[in-house]
Design a binder for this molecule. Sequence first.
Ligand SMILES: O=C(O)CCC(=O)C(=O)O
Length: 252
Amino acid sequence: MKTDIEALINSYQENGYALLPEVINELPDFEALIDQDTEKVYEKDECTLRSIYGFQNNSTFIKWLKSCSIIKEITQTLLGEQVYLHQTKVNLKNQNESSVWPYHRDFPFWKVFDHFPDNQFLNVVVYLDDVFEGSGELKVIPKSHNHFLAREAQDEQIDYSLEGSASSDLLFSFSADELEMFGSSYGIDSTIGRKGSLLIFNPNLIHGSGNSSIDYSRKIMILTFNSCSNIPVDQSKRPNYLCNINRTPITW
Ligand SMILES: O=C(O)CCC(=O)C(=O)O
């Protein structure tokens, strides 16, 4: 089925996200991509796998990416120039209480810690499993990519920590009152979809997820593209798997 790119862009611009059901036929075998460059992050129990970061230099991954013409078309249409991968990861779900991502925006991490001036980034999420209600599905607050709280301007003062970047004790999150306010203004959408679906979302969109009713479930791969002209104004202190220093454009 041909994707209606214009409708997709309209939805992305208006709501900050768009879901494309079952558009990827060949999914990457992420376990086969684990190599010396990848980094595993564990839950608070220190033994349950939470995330695997850093596929961007793996030739098998790049070959798979280049075979996904829909991802090329979307990034070129939305970012309008050459891109590279700032971050790549697979997030898994389990039943642990810590298997959550508190509601947050992504761009503050890249602005404050990685020193990128502009949000010329795009998140593309590939569903490696069916994502259903109760599986730790990603929830988003539509339109929140254009609405900010006055206090968020102070976020520039936040100090980097590894836990705050990748664990359930995430930095740049929101209080219950703030979420209530956003939720009552814009609602909260669940991004459920079958394996092979794609979710694209603006890195300023508020999003988060709960834990799953099943262990080792709801695996999603998140690809964060940055525009090559969006150059950091300072060096990031974060490791390469969180902030890729190789900004060579992808040659599709
Ligand atoms: O995997 C998830 O459910 C959320 C991931 C997320 O919010 C993030 O990586 O910023």
